[in-house]
Design a protein around this ligand. Structure first.
Ligand code: NAP
Length: 319
């Protein structure tokens, strides 16, 4: 199974690539970057190979700035983009990153036409829309990291709050990966028991929890300059699920065409059944009135930013 990472010289790209190389399900890994970073990714590749030898893992790792080398990839992960600084919102990145994502999505369509594109670049919901349009791929084969990492962050918060093992928490964040994320408390369960049946439910400060999850990325960026392990392991979860055809339900960005309360022509984070064909089903969730209201706001905000962005991009990049 071949996987390519575009943006492998970056902090998220290299961490994700290393994490993936460790998965026994990946046999060939291509690290891609522009020519100017070729030396760096050659060093990364060798460093990774040394580490993997210690674990008796024999994956092939090819550093390259020749994008033809992604031919035959089952999945192409796009992490290339300008990263966010603490003072920037994800939307501040939209125009420069859209140009990068569109240009690379076109190369993926040319050299790996049967692949699945996994977009990490922020603002990820809008970038997934750009990749969908620029690649011309069917929507099941263009996915964004969406709220998967946000949902993992929420899992950690609840596990700490209840002092229980993280694996006991099943929860989701949907909507925008950004300001308008929606915490799905109504379908959160702990140890198989609905959260709302716990006595703590009534006294829960939902707004404070949402703020904590929303600011988690900025907190890490502020402290250490970038998020690395979180996105890397989240990417690894997704790639493994696809390559093993696991049919897990993850909260990822996908193009909506009316499946969730009529929301259409926008890419947003929702629960999807993920397998070897990418998004195999969009799961319709029952939301409380408040959750639905917040989801509709997220959809409106992301849709209008997407439309504004698309109107500013050169035609040839998106068609
Ligand atoms: P980074 O360390 O600065 O790396 C940026 C990467 O993008 C480099 O590999 C660089 O490749 C490439 N790049 C930069 N400018 C480019 C351009 N004009 N054309 C082509 N490639 C360009 O950034 P990072 O921390 O890895 O973050 C990468 C992206 O992931 C950012 O957009 C960030 O916001 C996003 N992210 C998303 C999530 C999520 O949950 N969705 C989480 C973390 C990060 P070259 O070597 O070719 O220059």
């Amino acid at each position: 199974m071949k996987v390519s990472v575009i943006g492998a010289s970056g902090r998220v790209g290299k961490a994700a690539a290393f994490c993936l190389a460790e998965e026994s399900v990946v046999s060939d890994m291509v690290l891609l970057s522009r020519e100017k970073s070729l030396d760096q990714i050659q060093g990364e590749a060798l460093d990774m190979k040394d580490a993997l030898a210690a674990k008796d893992i024999g994956v092939s790792i090819t550093p390259s700035s020749n994008f033809e080398d992604m031919a035959g990839s089952k999945i192409v992960v796009i992490t290339a983009g300008v990263p966010r600084t603490p003072d920037m919102t994800r939307m501040d990145l939209a125009i420069p990153n859209a140009k990068i994502v569109a240009q690379y999505s076109k190369l993926v369509a040319k050299y790996a036409p049967e692949s699945i594109i996994l977009v990490i670049t922020n603002p990820v919901d809008v970038m997934t829309y750009v990749a969908y349009k620029a690649s011309g791929f069917p929507r099941n084969r263009v996915i964004g990291l969406g709220n998967h990492l946000d949902s993992l962050r929420l899992k950690n918060l609840f596990a700490k709050q209840f002092n229980i093992h993280v694996s006991e928490v099943h929860t989701r964040i949907i909507g925008e990966h950004g300001e308008h994320m929606v915490l799905l408390l109504s379908s959160t369960s702990i140890g198989g028991i609905l959260f709302k049946d716990f006595s703590q439910y009534q006294s829960l400060d939902v707004d404070a929890i949402i703020e904590k999850v929303k600011n988690a990325g900025s907190y890490v960026i502020d402290k250490k300059g970038a998020t690395e392990y979180g996105p890397a392991f989240a990417v690894s979860n997704i790639v493994k699920t696809i390559l093993n055809d696991e049919k897990r339900i993850l909260t990822l960005t996908t193009y909506l065409d009316g499946e969730i309360y009529g929301t259409n022509d926008v890419c947003l984070g929702v629960p999807v059944k993920l397998g070897k064909n990418g998004v195999e089903r969009i799961i319709k969730v029952n939301m409380s009135d408040d959750e639905l209201k917040a989801f509709k706001v997220a959809a409106e905000v992301v849709k209008s930013s997407t439309q504004e962005l698309m109107s500013k991009l050169p035609e040839e990049l998106i068609n």
